[in-house]
Design a protein around this ligand. Structure first.
Ligand code: ARG
Length: 466
């Protein structure tokens, strides 16, 4: 006969094929530490309300500590028939303690147990991701400092548009990451209510103290509805959604830098140590790390889709479908944590090719919009000013000139009398960048202020919010 907790009601042992199909130990062993944490807190509560003596509680806690040490040393034995992490740990405890171990499962079910374990795991994982995001923000801010004053073309539709400071580009990613960070913190805050004590679905008739367990495990309080709490996986979906946006932000950035690394752009150099080569083309140096960051976003999006479909239409309360949430959850975290770490390495190693960028920065009439704004300042309506500068660009093209500043005063006057020589002071990318003034713009003084602000905010060892 099997050693299943439900064997009292069953006549036959579980079919091996069913065991193989239903097991989760192959992946939920990653909840080992959290399961033990939860069990210790639960045992202390059981002692407090009188279901365990102080001595029994001590035996259980000691037993659990030993079991965890075995796991950490790689000596813990996994057996398929024990199905999941919860049954493994409990069975190991019963092996050690006999009847005392058989008391631990008082007033709890694997349903509220797994919900609790996954919350504890996710809370920790979110804290790691928050740290990873901050680290990448730090790398971008430093890259901004390192490249102070470097002007690059800003693009819309991937066409040259207006000149921007490289630091302004890097700080754009810092902002995206800051929203990512706040989503992570927010998710960790919302999940932080204890489900344990919801038992199988309806609570328990035993006089337990859930608030005590919540405090022991660092939860802000307890869940209010046992049916909801034992089936709620919103926090898993929210966490993976937060990860998905991080992955998307990283993919967009990686794409940009892959382009910047091309011969055609020639904006960016990465050290050899961060690139890989080709087995056939001796000259190649490829940005594979960036490509894999971009590519692996697919896994995270896949994990989110997986979870959305998994929980769609599930009736209350626990359904075994929910066992599958962990595969997607773990994979999404593994992927994003690794991508964040490598992204910071790449940003730290990146150098802009200042000469290459400067040699072509005046191409594309990046100063045209600034010149148009100079006309607006003289009282010319925007639509008219736009037309005037459009004609000026047309003039350049007809004459085969690459820059507005190459037109002479007579060309300017021929297009419009308001185009006096004093307007030349906004021409050229340096002047154009200086001319920006609005809050949030690429104006150098403002960008400098933003760099300083972020340096202060991201001071190492600043408090984390989870
Ligand atoms: N391994 C299960 C899971 O991860 C634990 C809960 C099982 N509960 C049950 N009633 N079969 O979801």
């Amino acid at each position: 006969m099997s050693n299943k907790p439900w064997s009292g009601r069953f006549g036959d042992a579980t079919d091996r094929r069913v065991e193989q199909f239903t097991e989760s130990i192959s992946f939920d062993h990653r909840l080992f530490k959290q399961d033990i944490m939860g069990s210790k807190a639960h045992a202390r509560m059981l002692a407090k309300v009188g279901f365990l003596t102080a001595d029994e509680c001590q035996q259980i806690e000691r037993g659990l500590t030993e079991i965890q040490a075995e796991y950490e040393a790689g000596r813990f034995e996994f057996v398929l028939s024990r199905e999941d992490v919860h049954m493994h740990i409990e069975a190991a405890l019963v092996e050690r303690l006999g009847d005392v171990g058989r008391k631990l499962h008082t007033a709890r079910s694997r349903n509220d147990q797994v919900a609790t374990d996954v919350k504890l795991w996710t809370r920790e994982a979110l804290a790691r991701v928050e740290a990873g995001v901050r680290e990448l923000q730090r790398a971008f801010v430093q890259a901004g400092r390192r490249h102070a004053g470097v002007i690059v073309p800003g693009y819309t539709h991937l066409q040259r548009a207006q000149p921007v400071l490289a630091a302004h580009v890097f700080l754009a990613y810092v902002e995206k990451l800051e929203r990512d960070r706040s989503r992570v913190v927010d998710c960790a805050r919302r999940l932080n209510l204890l489900p344990l004590g919801s038992a199988a679905l309806a609570g328990t008739s035993l006089p337990i103290d859930r608030e005590f367990v919540a405090a022991e495990l660092g939860f802000d309080g307890i869940t209010a509805n046992s049916l909801d709490a034992s089936s709620d996986r919103d926090f898993v979906l929210e966490a993976v959604f937060a990860l998905t946006l991080i992955a998307e932000h990283l993919a967009g950035w990686a794409e940009e830098w892959i382009l910047w690394m091309t011969q055609e752009f020639g904006f960016l150099a990465l050290p050899d140590a961060l690139c890989t080569g080709s087995s056939i083309m001796p000259q190649k140096k490829n940005p594979d790390v960036l490509e894999l960051i971009r590519g692996r976003s697919a896994r995270v999006i896949g994990a989110l889709t997986n979870l959305l479909v998994l929980v769609k239409g599930l009736p209350l309360a626990y359904n075994r479908d929910l066992q599958e949430d962990k595969r997607a959850l773990f994979d999404a975290f593994d992927t994003v944590e690794a991508s964040l770490a490598l992204a910071a390495v790449v940003v730290d190693g990146a150098e802009l090719r200042r000469d290459r960028i400067a040699s072509r920065i005046e191409e594309g009439f990046l100063d045209a919009t600034t010149l148009m704004e100079a006309l607006i300042r003289l009282g010319i309506p925007q639509r008219t000013a736009h037309e005037i500068i459009g004609k000026l660009v047309g003039q350049c093209e007809r004459k085969g000139l690459g820059r507005l500043s190459e037109l002479d005063d007579a060309d300017f006057q021929a297009v419009h009398p308001a185009l006096g020589p004093e307007l030349r002071s906004v021409l050229g990318v340096k002047n154009a960048v200086q001319a920006f003034a609005s809050a949030g713009s690429t104006n150098p003084t403002r960008v400098e202020g933003e760099l300083t602000k972020w340096e202060r905010r991201l001071k190492p060892h600043g408090p984390t919010n989870i």
